[in-house]
Design a protein around this ligand. Structure first.
Ligand code: PGA
Length: 590
């Protein structure tokens, strides 16, 4: 069990959002059960903000309702489903077909509870449960008296719960007598339970739940027996024992990271980005022994703490799979989006040294790992093109690299934005008609182009996000010969080629033979139009360029950098061994 004590509500909301984002980042289709009540509302608001900025995507989640008052009509304003709909489902754009509702009709409630438990089972159990705690120790509406194995069912509400419900916007008289609740059994077996607690009125019960005897009098005490629990609370709610423990640890000088032994002959490579983080543990001859995934590893996309959590999750899974859980490896290379400036590299190096994953470590921008993966000897220029783009140059035999300090409007996001503009202009008669119009109408599920504009500019409700998913459609239309789509693709090719040439000039390799690596999801599209056009543009100014498509995932580059950090050269045999032992492509899918 981890206990996170936050100084204020803003920190609590952020910490909660980071925990949820880490789970969802690692598994976008996670099955989650989410509480209503006052405790998690700020966390949901924080997630909505991230979602509106395109930093959090809940659209593939499978969401389960936690509890419901008994016998309410669908439109009753006391309905907890309506609350969850307003504060979670709608702002996070979870499609309703992904939501499992806990229906409380008077006649069919038994069947409904059974069907709910079946649905949880069919989903493989909950990946995540986000819960509050009642002042009587309930979880959901598992009131005192509930055992650890209790299924989803209806039960009589306690006086204390009814008093608390009266604070939700209706009078005490209006609070229903009964509720149905997701049972303790499915909750306690969730792969991660995040318990959110704030306010001095919760301190006593939280203390009992975390440190008191385990039993049905305080159902939340069963959390002490659950596998993976994070309790996030503010200072007012934090048990004395926890505050004292935190104060003692803070006073202690920074202790070196504790690990169970060192496996100096192993290396660790980590690739952290805006949709996922992957870690690979390998032998120094390139043979992969373990791998794992975590959420957003870019500290700009998440927070430094969130990124560390994502990296830890991926690394621990990889170490466990390699059967060296808890040990430190000889060397590690972290290739991270968001390692953009010297101060980023300094902070990340400090934070990652504290993790104690490796005796020796190096932190680089993620495009450097991508270049190492794609270029036979680790130097040259790489264009990494995914949701966004990054371009890096590195001279032969030099350890320093140069990354383009700004992002040309490229990658999936750039293609999508240009496509939108082409469609808007065609609609106004300012540009020729394009087949992109039909594709975009379908993508945004809009009746006409004005409907798309409205989705982006309306005053209320969330705006479309993850528009980079449109990119394959733009590439399809260009491959079919649509003039507007071709113009967009050729323009992007020209922009990327110009920046790549500038990087090559800055590291002084542009007049020699140099490798140009094309890497990232955009180049995996079946149409060759974009890579061919980039190659042609670069070749026009640097005729000796060798254009290469990376045959290795970027994390393999991080592994090679870690091997080189251990003083070993990566030859072609090592490269082949690494390629043959890497996880298959489904592991890297986003
Ligand atoms: P609250 O309720 O978040 O509104 O305090 C928690 C609970 O009763 O489970």
């Amino acid at each position: 069990m981890r206990l996170i004590i936050c100084d204020d509500l803003a920190a609590l909301n952020k910490a909660g959002a980071d925990e949820i984002a880490a789970v969802v980042g690692a598994k976008p289709t996670a099955a989650v059960v989410v509480a209503t009540g006052k405790s998690p509302m700020g966390i949901y608001a924080e997630l909505s903000t991230r979602s509106a900025r395109g930093q959090f995507d809940a659209t593939n989640l499978r969401v389960f309702q936690l509890d419901e008052y008994f016998g309410l009509a669908d439109d009753d304003n006391r309905s907890l489903f309506a609350w969850m709909d307003r504060d979670f489902i709608q702002p996070l754009r979870v499609p309703l077909q992904n939501v499992v509702r806990l229906k409380s009709d008077r006649l069919a409630w038994r069947e409904n509870c059974r069907a709910y438990d079946e649905a949880v089972k069919a989903a493989g159990g909950f990946d995540l449960a986000v819960l509050g705690i009642g002042t009587n120790g309930h979880l959901g509406y598992n009131e005192p008296g509930s055992h650890a194995h209790s299924p989803t069912r209806a039960l009589l509400l306690s006086e204390q719960s009814m008093d608390a419900s009266a604070g939700y916007g209706w009078s005490r008289k209006e609070v229903p007598l009964f509720a149905i609740t997701c049972g303790m059994q499915p909750l306690l077996t969730a792969r991660l339970i995040v318990l959110v607690v704030s306010g001095a009125h919760k301190r006593e019960i939280l203390t009992k739940a975390l440190y008191g005897p385990i039993g049905p009098e305080v159902p939340a005490s069963y959390l002490q027996t659950a596998g993976n629990v994070v309790v996030i609370c503010d200072r007012a709610a934090a048990p004395e024992q926890a505050l004292e423990a935190a104060a003692t640890t803070q006073k202690k000088p920074q202790a070196p990271a504790v690990h169970r032994g060192v496996k100096a002959d192993l290396v660790l490579g980590v690739d952290g980005g805006n949709s996922k983080t992957v870690a690979v543990v390998a032998q120094r001859n390139g043979k992969v022994l373990g791998y794992g995934r975590g959420g957003v590893g870019d500290m700009y996309g998440a927070t430094p703490g969130g990124a560390m959590h994502a990296i830890d999750t991926a690394v621990q899974a990889a170490l466990q799979m390699a059967d060296v859980g808890g040990a430190a490896v000889g060397s590690a290379s972290y290739s991270l989006a968001g390692c953009d400036w010297p101060e980023d590299q300094q902070l990340l190096t400090q934070l990652l040294s504290e993790r104690g994953h490796a005796l020796k470590l190096q932190v680089v921008n993620d495009s450097v790992g991508a270049l190492r993966a794609g270029s036979p000897r680790g130097w040259g220029v790489a264009i990494a093109c995914g949701s966004w783009s990054a371009i890096v140059g590195r001279a032969r035999g030099k350890s320093a690299w140069i990354v383009c300090p700004w992002q040309p409007s490229a990658g999936g996001g750039g293609l999508a934005r240009e496509a939108l503009e082409a469609v808007y202009k065609a609609n106004l008669g300012l540009a020729p008609r394009t087949v992109l119009t039909d594709r975009l109408l379908r993508f945004f599920n809009a009746e006409d182009v004005t409907g798309i504009v409205h989705q982006f500019t309306k005053r209320e409700g969330p705006h479309p996000q993850a528009i980079q998913r449109l990119a394959p459609q733009v590439l399809d239309c260009a491959a079919e010969g649509d003039a507007a789509a071709c113009r967009i693709v050729f323009k992007q090719a020209e922009d990327l080629a110009q920046v790549a040439l500038s990087m090559a000039r800055q590291v002084d390799i542009d007049r020699k033979e140099f490798p140009l690596v094309l890497t990232g999801g955009i180049f995996k599209h079946r149409s060759r139009l974009l890579p061919d056009a980039i190659a042609a543009n670069v070749r026009a100014h640097a005729p000796k360029v060798q254009v290469l498509r990376s045959d290795l995932e970027p994390v393999a580059g991080a592994v090679m950098l870690a091997i080189e950090l251990a003083g070993i050269r990566c030859d072609t045999r090592l490269r082949a061994r690494l390629r043959n032992s890497m996880p298959d492509s489904s592991f890297f899918a986003t």
